[in-house]
Structures are given as structure tokens and as C-alpha cells.
Design a protein around this ligand. Structure first.
Ligand code: LLP
Length: 386
């Protein structure tokens, strides 16, 4: 089954562009909120890195989520979209001084700290401002995730977080620094995770760490388990809203919170991926030696996931109902890796046909580049074009 799109309106727009179905986004957010509120003190932040389109950010903020940022630019985007700074968390292995200062000036909810040197700099900068920064320690839990190697983050060899063996030293350090206050523990094991067993592995590790800290008489106010819930790229319409019921229930069942502790989540992909499609126009259909190519006006500069991670995005010819043929679907960029899909079944393609690359709402528009001096793709929400 193909997606439904306002084709005649699309014909009036310059391609390529991102199109976001805001009804689906709103339904997804309602579902997230309903599922999270089944449990006490479950707090959801939206991972801005997945898509910082201001119109989407506003809708997400209206639905009450907090913001998870990884740069000063994202903090600014979140604040501009109206997220209260008391709901902003800030992570990242390489926070520059100006970015830390920005967080301090806005009194953000928490800095997720990834190393001792960073902790020292936050302490120093907070001291200059006569403030006490709220921090959570991002622990590398050494828990694997069954996903693409480039998007696992919670293994020992990854650059992220504080190693478990160093936890005691870091705890001593936090206690000794006057301008930081330990509020929480932060984790993130990877992205596009569909096996709840991976999250169970994380819960078990968090329980062990909490036990260890309890023996040191330390109970933090919050646990943040990051994001990572995956989506069904193969069938964007079958389950357009990810299974948040199972996701939150998994944490409820396996993660032992202490009394009063809140549990924070940082969901990106699962919130915005399915509502977005990249819409491109077919420039040429070219007969190759033993195959045919559909050459689009969108390329890896607009959606880099297939080239970078060999990621699958469902491709549909949304302007043809003619019999299916096989195509290698490629872009115009001067790189052999500028391929969206090989031997893709599409309704017969002709010049001018509109092609949708589905499930592109997360890590699509935001990762676009100007390589080959190409303009960045525009983003439209459904309200813009009715
Ligand atoms: N929290 C932290 C600390 C993260 O590093 C990430 C994603 C998230 C939350 C949100 O994860 P999500 O719920 O979206 O899985 N560009 C890649 C994905 C990179 C993910 C980076 N970190 C892709 O296109 O698949």
C-alpha cells in the first residue's frame, strides 16, 4: 500500500522537498503521552537532533514534551520554538565553552556530562556566573544494541559516556566540586532498536549501578535512559505509530526506580520518522547495460541515510499506477554511493513522475548538506499546502 499525498498541490512545489504529515505527528505525540502517563514520573524529551524543523518543534512543544539537545544551536532552536528551559537537557561529548555558558544562562534542566574534564569546565564556568549547574553523569553502560554499528553508542569502544570502572572516581569528583550538583544518571545505547531485549539489558545495568551507588548512600533524582526506539522502515503504513505501549512497559517492568525518582526518555526517530517523506521528481529514466535507472532530482545531499548507513527507505512512485518494473533509484550527485535503492519495484516511471522516499522525518532534512553547491531541501507541513 502506498502513502496518500496531495499530489496536485505537490505539482505546484519546487522539488525536492520534505513533506510532513502533521496529523500523524500529532497522533504519535498523543500516543506517547498517553502511554508515558500510565506510569508515575515518566518524562519524555524530544531529541531535537532527529529534526529541528521549527514547525515540527512547535507542535512537539505544544504537546508538552521536553527537549534533548546536543549543541548550542539546538538549545537555541528549542528555546525559539518555546520549549521552557526547565525542560531542556543537554548532552554531547564535546561541549564548547560558549555552549555551556548558553545552557547556564538559560538555567537548563540538566547537563548530561560525558567526562571528568568536561565536569571541571562546567564547574568553573558555573562558578564564574555564581551558579550551580545541575548535572547528570552519562554512563557508558557497555550494553550492545542490535542495530547498525554506526548508530550504537553504549559499548566500551564508543566515545560516549563515562566508563563504568571510572564511576567511583567521578562520583568523588562531583562531590568535591562546589558549582555542580549531581541530579541524575544518563544512558543511551543506540538508535533504531526494535529488540526490547536490548532495553532490558540497559535496565539491568542501571539497576546494578543504582545498587552500587546506594551502597555509597547516593540516590539521584532522575534516571535518563536516552532514546533509541526504532520504527518499521519496511512498512511505513502498517504501524505508522511505533509500539510505545511495549516500550514504556518494558522499562516499567525491568527498571527499579527508587521512591521519588523520575524516569526520563529522549525519543527522536520514533516521534518524527514516519510523518516525513522526501518528495523528488524524476529527471530521467536511463537504460543501463542490464538495468534501468530512475534518476531523481533528490540525492544523498537531501537524504544521506542510504549512502551513510545502507539504510532502507521505502520508495514509491506516487504519480503512476502502471505495472511494476525494477529500477535502481539514484540521485544526481557525483558519487557512486548516491543511490537510494537498487532493483526497486516501482510503478512504471517516466520523466516528471513524483517519487516519495518514506519514513524520512528523522535524520533526513536535518542531515542535508550543500555538497555540489546544491540548495538545501525545503520542508513543508501538511497545513502549509492545503
Ligand atoms: N539521546 C542521545 C544521547 C542520542 O545520542 C540520541 C541519538 C537520541 C537520544 C535519540 O535517539 P533516537 O530516539 O532518535 O534513536 N543519524 C542516525 C541516528 C543517530 C542517532 C544519534 N543519537 C540515523 O540516521 O539513523
Amino acid at each position: 500500500m502506498k502513502g496518500t499525498f496531495p499530489i496536485s498541490k505537490f505539482r505546484e512545489l519546487e522539488t525536492p522537498f520534505y513533506y510532513y504529515d502533521t496529523q500523524l505527528l500529532r497522533d504519535t505525540l498523543t500516543c506517547v503521552n498517553n502511554e508515558a502517563k500510565k506510569y508515575e514520573k515518566y518524562i519524555v524529551h524530544y531529541a531535537v537532533k532527529a529534526n529541528a524543523n521549527p514547525k515540527l518543534l512547535s507542535i512537539i512543544r505544544e504537546n508538552g514534551l521536553g527537549a534533548d539537545c546536543v549543541s548550542g544551536g539546538e538549545i537555541r532552536a528549542a528555546i525559539q520554538a518555546g520549549f521552557p528551559s526547565s525542560k531542556i537537557v543537554y548532552a554531547g561529548v564535546g561541549k564548547a565553552d560558549w555552549e555551556i555558558n548558553l545552557g547556564l544562562e538559560h538555567n537548563i534542566f540538566c547537563f548530561n556530562v560525558e567526562s571528568v574534564p568536561e565536569l571541571e569546565v562546567i564547574n568553573e564556568l558555573a562558578g564564574t556566573k555564581e551558579k550551580v549547574a545541575s548535572v547528570a553523569l552519562r554512563i557508558n553502560p557497555n550494553v550492545g544494541a542490535h542495530t547498525h554499528a554506526n548508530i550504537t553508542t553504549g559499548l566500551k569502544e564508543n566515545k560516549f559516556g563515562i566508563n563504568l570502572e571510572d564511576l567511583d572516581t567521578v562520583l568523588d569528583k562531583v562531590e568535591a566540586l562546589p558549582n555542580v550538583k549531581l541530579m541524575g544518571l544518563h544512558f543511551h545505547i543506540g538508535s533504531q532498536i526494535l529488540d526490547m531485549g536490548d532495553f532490558i539489558g540497559l535496565c539491568n545495568r542501571v539497576n546494578e549501578i543504582q545498587e552500587h551507588m546506594y551502597n555509597r548512600r547516593i540516590i539521584v533524582e532522575h534516571i535518563n535512559v536516552g532514546g533509541g526506539l526504532g520504527i518499521d522502515y519496511q512498512h511505513p503504513n502498517r504501524q505508522a505509530i511505533p509500539d510505545f505501549t511495549e516500550y514504556f512497559a518494558t522499562f516499567h517492568k525491568h527498571l527499579k526506580l527508587r521512591p521519588q525518582q523520575s524516569l526520563h526518555f529522549e525519543l527522536g526517530r520514533s516521534i518524527v520518522a514516519q510523518c516525513g517523506s522526501l518528495i523528488a521528481k524524476t529527471l530521467y529514466v536511463k537504460q543501463g547495460a542490464n538495468k534501468q535507472f530512475a534518476i531523481l532530482d533528490a540525492g544523498m545531499t537531501d537524504l544521506i541515510r542510504p549512502a551513510l548507513y545502507q539504510a532502507y527507505h521505502k520508495i514509491e512512485n506516487i504519480t503512476s499506477e502502471e505495472p511494476i518494473e525494477k529500477y535502481d533509484v539514484v540521485g544526481p550527485i557525483c558519487e557512486s554511493s548516491d543511490v537510494f535503492g537498487k532493483a526497486v519495484d516501482l510503478n512504471k516511471v517516466k520523466r516528471g513522475d513524483l517519487i516519495a522516499l518514506r519514513s524520512a522525518g528523522a535524520y533526513g532534512e536535518i542531515m542535508a548538506s550543500g555538497y555540489n553547491c546544491r540548495p538545501l531541501p525545503k520542508g513543508y507541513i501538511s497545513e502549509d499546502i492545503v
